[in-house]
Write a protein that binds this ligand. Sequence first.
Ligand SMILES: *Cc1c(COP(=O)(O)O)cnc(C)c1O
Length: 229
Amino acid sequence: MGGQVKEMSIKNNIVHYRQELEGKNCELIAVSKTHPAEKVAEAYAAGQRLFGENKVQEMTAKYEALPKDIQWHLIGHLQSNKVKYIAPYVSLIHSVDSAKLLEEINKQGKKINRVISCLLQVHIAQEETKFGFDEPELLAFIASPEINQFTHVKIEGLMGMATLTDNQDQVRNEFRHLKRIFTAIHRQADKPASVSMKHLSMGMSADYRIALEEGSTMVRIGTALFGER
Ligand SMILES: *Cc1c(COP(=O)(O)O)cnc(C)c1O
């Protein structure tokens, strides 16, 4: 009965995380950025279909190389001039951080007659560098007449990133803050037709457990599945 070291494999990791999320109303977005298409294929073979990428060019190359039933989620900052490359196939854009960007996504969706699903990114961290709307901006944007002119985007929820810190209470408070905004918009009786609060994208390898406890419906996990980048 020799001791056996359990091999760390992408397949095992996928199975493990899917089990952990079972019954929790939360989807696993496997963040495959910087990892080659072969690694994505390993996760695919384990049944994973939702993948997150943060660069347009890299995501498009993987989209072209891999099975077409994969749903590609763009989770990183998106430049307006690159929207056209992903508009035909992207499944969900998590990182819409300005009205101008949403306008461009709508324009590209219109061109190809496709309604593109988006999340609005909310700035909840202390760091200055993180992208996103702050709370007043977000609420003003959702209340603005401008939003009703968008016929080719659907706003399906919110995304946020907590501060990179060991202080778990701070991380929890930031996620809780985002959930509170999410619930408030969800309950607005007069919100625009293009706005629904279905997805709350929060939590990464280091903080997904806290995010789950605070009501995440989509965790974006990279390192814990694929290893260090
Ligand atoms: C890279 C990235 C992740 C995944 O981070 P890990 O720590 O590797 O799990 C999640 N969300 C966004 C926006 C990212 O850029």
